[in-house]
Design a binder for this molecule. Structure first.
Ligand code: SF4
Ligand code: SF4
Length: 421
């Protein structure tokens, strides 16, 4: 019997097909892997997928994650059939939990009613307020998409569908951290926010060695200041109310808890991708012929995910670390980050340094002290959000009795009334 260790799988029922043409999308070109094929998961592959997924998960909860391309292009009936199949398989003691990542533009009342009734968690791809979002997220004629995404978000909110935000951080929005964060928190009332840096290799295949990236890619230093700025605001007012995945992942590292984010775990390889025809690949970022493990209609999923080829893929994340990472004081939290972004040669001439290292290092240094405090609170059985009270008490002490026109004691050089006053 196959080993039942847990893994996460993103399924792409419509393959790379999408109704939008975002400039930085790395997946549209994947349609070239299946020339002449309709990118459409058949009912037979769907049934095989759900049955094998349920059989191979170690616990009673079975996560079903739909992604794309744009999965809503499959139409609502496909997902209705998927729920019917889950109900019939659920009789075997398995509970399915569904999520879907979408650009939100095709959501209507009927979709949102379905998503609400079936408890879907919906991930919305949205980059920021209007003009920052529309910089790269375009429709096939190059037109803006922000208003259509927002219409979808409003419909989700109307039906009380759980949603989170997936925001790519790129050359345009990275210099606007407060606007980006406050827009999600205050305008959308989003409580779960995932920030994904855009790092695009500037070559045709995307898999050659080299450190060239496109102009749309986020600058490494700016990635760090972006995270630091949002972290400061989050820590003062939103810990425990707004969940920024990057910060939760960092806290897990400081608290010594298991790392759920593959990019920060020592090894990876347990986050795989299923194409519309049943082909299984090592990772969403490695949907390439060299990383094809097999097809689930020929070989059971449980066997494919545990292939030695896949184990070796996961180990390479650790084995490929340059000395500068192995000696880094933040290795425990960063682990060299995602191998797909390891484009640089380290100062001592070794390949494999992450393009975003400067940003990660700046962020990890910046959060070191507060993370120690929050990890300490957790160890005492207290909530990490208690840090807000500690900060405010410390500030009250520091700023007590300072006159409005005096220099602020924080060292900013500003008058107190223009700074912490
Ligand atoms: S290659 Fe990157 S995204 Fe893929 S599983 Fe490894 S760490 Fe995660
Ligand atoms: S911060 Fe930089 S040097 Fe340190 S582990 Fe991460 S990528 Fe490596």
């Amino acid at each position: 019997m196959a080993d039942k260790t847990s893994y996460h799988l993103l399924a792409k029922p419509a393959g790379a097909a999408c109704n939008l043409r975002c400039d930085y999308c790395f997946f549209l070109s994947k349609a070239g892997l299946y020339p002449g094929q309709k990118q459409h998961m058949t009912d037979s592959v769907l049934e095989t997928y759900l049955r094998q997924l349920a059989e191979s998960q170690p616990g009673p909860v079975c996560p079903v994650a739909w992604q794309g391309g744009e999965p809503t292009l499959m139409g609502l009936d496909f997902f209705r059939r998927s729920i019917e199949l889950e109900h019939s398989l659920g009789g075997e003691g398995v509970t399915f939990e569904n999520s879907i990542q979408t650009n939100g533009t095709l959501l209507d009342e009927e979709w949102c009613q379905f998503l609400a009734e079936n408890g879907f968690l919906v991930g919305i791809s949205l980059d920021s307020p209007c003009e920052l979002h529309d910089a790269y997220r375009k429709d096939p004629s190059g037109g803006p998409t922000f208003d259509r995404v927002m219409r979808g978000v409003e419909l989700l909110k109307k039906r009380d569908v759980d949603f989170n935000i997936l925001c790519t951080v790129n050359a345009t929005n990275a210099s606007h951290p407060p606007e980006v964060y406050r827009f999600f928190r205050d305008e959308l009332d989003a409580r779960y926010i995932q920030l994904i840096p855009i790092v695009e290799r500037d070559n045709d295949t995307g898999f050659q060695e080299g450190d060239r990236v496109t102009a749309r890619s986020v600058d490494p230093a700016e990635w760090g200041t972006f995270l630091n700025s949002i972290f400061d605001e989050w820590m003062r007012s939103d810990v425990g109310e707004v969940f920024v995945m990057m910060f939760d992942w960092a806290l897990a590292s400081w608290a010594g808890a298991p790392q759920s984010a593959c990019i920060f775990a020592p090894t990876c390889g347990r986050a795989l991708t299923l194409e519309h025809n049943g082909d299984l690949y090592s990772c969403d970022h490695y949907v390439e012929p060299g990383y094809l493990l097999g097809n689930i209609t020929d070989t059971p999923l449980a066997r494919l995910v545990n292939y030695e080829q896949q184990e070796a893929f996961g180990r390479r994340k650790q084995e490929g670390l340059p000395a500068v990472c192995r000696d880094c004081r933040y290795l425990f939290a960063c682990n060299g980050a995602c191998p797909k972004d390891r484009l640089l040669t380290s100062p001592d001439g070794e390949p494999g340094l992450n393009y975003l290292c400067e940003g990660y290092r700046s962020f990890l240094e910046h959060v070191d002290e507060p993370m120690k405090v929050m990890a300490g609170l957790l160890a005492q059985g207290r909530a990490p959000s208690d840090i807000k009270g500690l900060i405010s008490a410390a500030e009250n002490e520091t700023f007590a009795g300072v006159g409005r026109n005096e220099e602020c004691p924080c060292g900013s050089g500003l008058k107190f009334k223009r700074c912490h006053g």
